[in-house]
Design a protein around this ligand. Sequence first.
Ligand SMILES: N[C@@H](CCC(=O)N[C@@H](CS)C(=O)NCC(=O)O)C(=O)O
Length: 200
Amino acid sequence: MLRVHGSAKSRALRTLWLIFELDIPYEHDDVLPRAPETKTPAFLALNPNARVPVIEDDGFVLYESMAINLYLAKKHGRLYPKDAQAEALAWQWSFWETDRLDRQIVNYANHSAVLPEAQRNPAVAKAAWEEVVPALDVLEGALRKSTWLAGSEFGLADLNVAAALYRGLTLDLGRWPTVTAWLHRCWDRPAAKRARAMRE
Ligand SMILES: N[C@@H](CCC(=O)N[C@@H](CS)C(=O)NCC(=O)O)C(=O)O
């Protein structure tokens, strides 16, 4: 049995979305980031980084959300590219997102809107936004050339990048109309809505 550690209010959101796309059974350890449960010896044995998500798949332990999603999609043969080049593009977009957008968009959203006002740091928001803008410019350019990021239909690259852009759903992304349309196409999927409902 697959067991997912991590609340939908964390990067586990992207793994839950994928699980619903794959329609596979799972158990959920609904633990929040930084909760005491993530500091126990048992949890640290699964992920010594004390972070979520982490999965146990019939005893196989894996952390890092992008690796988890690449593994699960490949294992279950859904949303995973069939040829080597499309597969490499799925890796490219997953690694790109982690490098260019993942923390940046969260930092921007947290320090401009999500955190209570007293905890917001405008300098953090500004620095994050200065990195988000060129990243979204790159995504806009890619999506103007191709409806989906890797291949001719919605796939894991789209899921991994769109899931990370969850905060983008409530930001003004008017400068990036193609990204906005693609983001909503992705999040309109029933599996995405199901995952989103777990955190809202
Ligand atoms: N690169 C990791 C990041 C994992 C991560 O930072 N998760 C957050 C929750 S979204 C966490 O557990 N944070 C705990 C902490 O900062 O101590 C991944 O994609 O899985």
